[in-house]
Design a protein around this ligand. Structure first.
Ligand code: UD1
Length: 421
C-alpha cells in the first residue's frame, strides 16, 4: 500500500491546472449505457474511480477505446448486452449504483449490487429505489443485489424526492430520459455536476428542461445521437487548492477553472482573510498572514458549502486566530480526519455533528492514517503545514479522486514523496 512522506512546513507558490471532475464524469459515463451510437468523453480525470466505472461499463458489454493518455474515451455498444453489475466492481465505489437507471431504460431489467456501507456513513440507496420504482419498476433486494424489472418498459411519472440526493437525482434523470412519456422530478439536487449531466444528455438529444430551481421536466425520447462531450473541471479539487494556498500565506494561480462555480467557497476564504482575484477561468489567491476564525460554518447541498471540502477547511481553521465551529449536515460520520489531525497537535472537539476548533500554531509532523477520499487530502494539507516529517498511510483513498496530487503539490513547493512498496 502506497504512503506519502511529507516534510513541512511548506508555503505554496506558483500555478496549478485543474483536472476533469470525477463526480461529473461518473454519471456521464453511466449515461453512455443509454446510447446505441458511439459517445466520446473528453477531459476524464485519471483517477481510480474512473477506472472502476470504465471496468463496470466493459463488464456490461461496452467497448472502450482511449486516446490522450486515457483522458479521452470512446464508448460503443458491444455484441453482448449485460445487465448485471457485480459486487466486486460496485463495492469500492458507491457511484456504481448509477448504472441502475440506464440499464433499466435500455434493457427493462437490471441486477446491480447494493453498494453497502461506507466509512463516512451508512449511505443507503432507498431514495434511488423509491423514485425508480415510480417509473413502473418492480424492485426486490436479494442477497445484496437490487433486482429490478420494468415489464412494460419505463413509464414517465411525477416524483418528489423526500430528501435532496445527488446520486438519486442522477439515477432518475438517467432512467427518465428514454422512458415512455413525461417525468417531472421535484426537489432535485442542483450540484454543478448534475447540470453537466443534463447538458450532456441535452446535447445528445434528450428533452430535459429545468422548470424551477429544483424541478426538472423530462420528456422521454426513443434514442440519443452520437456526441463528443468534454467533462467540466473539478470544483472540489479547485477548492482544495484554494484552501492549500491560504494555509501558510501562499500565492497561487489556479488555471482552467470557472470561479463562479465555487462562489460560496471563494467568499468564505475572503472572510478568513485571503485576497482573491478572478477572471473567467482563473483564480489568483494570496493567503492571509493571519487566518481569521469563523464563528459558524455549516455544510449543505449546493449552492451551500460542500461536505467534500469540510475536512480541508477544518485544517485551515486549526491555524486560525481563535475558535471556529463547523457543522456537518450531509453525512453522519464525516469527522474521521479529526483524531488524525489531533495527532499533529490540532485542538478540535466533536459534539454530535459539530466540530469546535481552537486555532494553534503548533502542529508537528506524525504518522497518520487516511480513512476516506476527502479526509486523506485534508491530512496531506495538514502535514505540509506541520513542522517535521509526516507519513500518511493508505493513500489509495486519495488516488480514488485526485489526479496525481503529489506531482501537482511538488510543483508548487510542497516537499512530498510517494513511497510504493
Ligand atoms: C455525491 C458525491 C459525494 C458528495 C455527496 C454530497 C458523487 C460520486 N459523490 O454522493 O462526493 O459528498 O454527493 O454532496 O457524486 N441518502 C439516503 N438515501 C439515498 C441516497 C442518499 O439517505 O438513497 C443520504 C446519504 O446517506 C447522505 C445524503 O442523503 O446523508 C446525501 O447523499 P447524496 O447526495 O445521495 O450523496 P451521493 O450521491 O452518494
Amino acid at each position: 500500500m502506497d504512503k506519502f512522506k511529507i516534510n513541512g512546513p511548506s508555503k505554496i507558490r506558483g500555478e496549478v491546472s485543474i483536472s476533469g471532475s470525477k463526480n461529473a464524469a461518473l454519471p456521464i459515463l453511466a449515461a453512455t449505457l443509454l446510447f446505441d451510437k458511439n459517445v466520446t468523453i473528453k477531459n476524464l480525470p485519471r483517477v481510480k474511480d474512473i477506472d472502476t466505472m470504465l471496468n463496470l461499463l466493459k463488464s456490461l458489454g461496452r467497448k472502450i477505446t482511449f486516446k490522450n493518455n486515457k483522458k479521452i474515451a470512446t464508448i460503443s455498444k458491444g455484441k453482448k448486452n449485460n445487465f448485471f453489475a457485480p459486487y466486486s466492481l460496485v463495492k469500492t465505489m458507491r457511484a456504481g449504483i448509477l448504472v441502475l437507471g440506464p440499464l433499466l431504460a435500455k434493457n427493462k431489467k437490471a441486477k446491480v449490487s447494493s453498494p453497502g456501507g461506507c466509512s463516512i456513513g451508512v449511505r443507503p440507496i432507498d431514495i434511488h429505489l423509491k423514485a425508480i420504482s415510480k417509473l413502473g419498476v418492480k424492485i426486490q433486494i436479494k442477497k445484496g443485489y437490487v433486482n429490478a424489472i420494468a415489464q412494460e418498459g419505463l413509464v414517465g411519472s411525477e416524483i418528489r424526492f423526500s430528501k435532496i440526493s445527488v446520486g438519486a437525482t442522477e439515477n432518475l434523470i438517467l432512467a427518465a430520459c428514454l422512458a415512455n412519456g413525461t417525468t417531472t422530478i421535484k426537489n432535485c439536487a442542483i450540484e454543478p455536476e448534475i447540470k453537466d449531466l443534463t447538458n450532456f444528455l441535452k446535447a445528445a438529444g434528450a428533452k430535459i428542461k429545468w422548470i424551477g430551481k429544483r424541478t426538472l421536466k423530462i420528456e422521454g425520447v426513443k434514442t440519443l445521437k452520437n456526441i463528443t462531450y468534454s467533462i467540466m473541471n473539478d470544483r472540489i479539487e479547485a477548492g482544495t487548492f484554494c484552501v492549500a494556498a491560504c494555509l501558510n500565506g501562499g500565492n497561487l494561480k489556479i488555471k482552467n477553472f470557472e470561479p463562479k462555480i465555487i462562489n460560496t467557497e471563494i467568499n468564505l476564504l475572503k472572510k478568513i482573510g485571503a485576497k482573491i482575484k478572478t477572471t473567467k477561468n482563473t483564480i489568483q489567491i494570496n493567503g492571509p498572514k493571519k487566518i481569521r476564525s469563523l464563528d459558524f460554518l455549516k455544510t449543505g447541498e449546493y449552492p451551500n458549502f460542500p461536505t467534500d471540502l469540510q475536512a480541508q477547511i477544518m485544517v485551515l481553521l486549526t491555524k486560525a486566530n481563535g475558535k471556529s465551529i463547523i457543522e456537518e449536515n450531509i453525512f453522519e460520520n464525516r469527522f474521521m480526519h479529526v483524531p488524525e489531525l489531533k495527532r499533529l497537535g490540532a485542538k478540535i472537539n466533536i459534539k454530535g455533528n459539530k466540530a469546535i476548533i481552537e486555532g494553534t500554531d503548533n502542529l508537528e509532523g506524525a504518522e497518520l492514517m487516511s480513512s476516506d477520499l476527502r479526509a486523506s487530502v485534508a491530512l496531506v494539507l495538514a502535514a505540509f503545514i506541520s513542522r517535521g516529517t509526516s507519513i500518511i498511510n493508505r493513500v489509495y483513498h486519495l488516488d480514488r479522486g485526485y489526479e496525481k496530487i503529489e506531482n501537482k503539490l511538488k510543483k508548487i513547493g510542497v516537499n512530498i514523496k510517494r513511497i510504493s512498496k
